[in-house]
Design a protein around this ligand. Structure first.
Ligand SMILES: NC(=O)c1ccc[n+]([C@@H]2O[C@H](COP(=O)([O-])OP(=O)(O)OC[C@H]3O[C@@H](n4cnc5c(N)ncnc54)[C@H](OP(=O)(O)O)[C@@H]3O)[C@@H](O)[C@H]2O)c1
Length: 321
């Protein structure tokens, strides 16, 4: 493979348009094809974004010119299309949550071993400098041993036909936004959560639209909340024996300055395209220029953590919104 990674995008998705197309191009990748279920809509999207070919999903994953496939599909479509792309010899960058449960990640790991390609969950926030700084401060003992973590991510999902309202497509707030604080809690502690209590509110179709959980990550207490029916908020706080660290925009911060409060000091991070940093890393991993920072073992642990929250949720009540 040459120095330029040639990409195919699965789905004329909003996230592709908003974040991945600019990130791939800024990272020096070349987008050669778009996979779309609807040819006419696909052509309009491809023309608008200067993408030469529109294909079916199957044609795209089997296209010999393509090195890497970006999967920006609804959550339930991640596993089948990641498996198809790996089987066709492509590298795979797939949106979060990588799959719907830990067993599905294990299937991907088996496919990755057989086909010898890179597969990575597209958790862009991990690459933002504020998150790396948080890890360094915790690791270096800036606040002493960590005792407590609080994380939240929620917004109003006001489009009734959004796939995230559909249980058959892997909808729900825990998959969509709750995964972020849980991922960060796991990485800070190196532990999986014991879920002491969890509660959710559901739509009539059985999709969780507000979830909160009380957890222990080893001996660190943690609280997480997330939702589609709560006004936009995101926050993360780590409290240790000697102090506290707080990030005001921990997860979605491409266009805003982010503040990290360290005791009485505030460190400010300018708006940063973490998608670009993630894509650049993925491309370097493909070219064997650096090791993969978040291999599928980590995605399996993440899926196991989400599985545990689902398991702890009360049986779903009837009625909802
Ligand atoms: N990392 C982030 O910051 C971030 C942000 C938002 C979303 N995401 C993730 O990205 C993925 C896509 O999210 P999105 O908001 O961009 O979704 P979206 O705009 O609704 O696009 C999803 C795409 O999936 C395809 N699709 C295939 N089967 C479908 C079905 N049965 N119903 C609807 N669409 C179907 C469609 O592609 P066609 O063009 O072929 O019709 C559509 O363009 C999700 O996994 C989500 O969690 C990540």
């Amino acid at each position: 493979m040459g120095a330029t990674v040639k990409w195919g995008l699965l789905g004329a998705a909003r996230i592709a348009e908003r974040a991945l197309i600019p990130a791939i191009r800024a990272a020096g990748g070349r987008i050669v094809a778009l996979g779309c279920r609807d040819e006419a809509r696909g052509k309009a999207f491809a023309q608008h974004h200067d993408i030469a070919r529109v294909q079916t999903y199957l044609e795209l994953v089997q296209d010999p010119e393509i090195d890497a496939v970006y999967i920006g599909l609804p959550n339930s479509a991640h596993l089948p299309w990641a498996l198809a792309a790996l089987a066709a010899g492509k590298h795979v960058l797939c949106e979060k949550p990588l799959t719907l449960n830990a067993n599905q990640v294990a299937q991907l790991q088996a496919a990755q071993r057989i086909h010898g390609r890179v597969a990575m969950e597209a958790f862009m926030y991990r690459f933002h400098p504020v998150i790396e700084r948080l890890h360094t401060l915790v690791r270096d003992g800036a606040i002493g041993p960590v005792r407590l973590m609080r994380g939240a991510f929620a917004f109003i999902l006001d489009k009734p036909d959004d796939p995230r309202w559909d249980p058959a497509l892997g909808g729900g707030a825990l998959y969509d936004v709750g995964c972020y604080p849980i991922d960060l809690m796991r990485h800070l502690t190196g532990e999986l959560p014991d879920v002491l209590a969890a509660q959710a509110s559901y739509t009539d179709r059985g999709v969780d639209h507000a979830v909160s959980a009380l957890m222990n990550f080893g001996d660190v207490h943690a609280h997480m909340d997330c939702g589609f029916t709560l006004p936009f908020h995101q926050s993360f706080e780590v409290i240790g024996s000697h102090g506290a660290l707080r990030i005001d925009h921990p997860f979605l911060n491409t266009h805003v300055e982010t503040a990290l409060t360290v005791g009485n000091d505030v460190e400010r991070f300018p708006p940063t395209d973490a998608y670009l940093l993630m894509v650049a890393h993925f491309q370097r991993v493909i070219r064997l220029e650096e090791p993969q920072r978040y291999p599928l073992d980590d995605s399996r642990a993440q899926a196991e953590a989400i599985d545990r929250v689902f398991l702890a949720l009360e049986p779903q009540p009837s009625g909802g919104i």
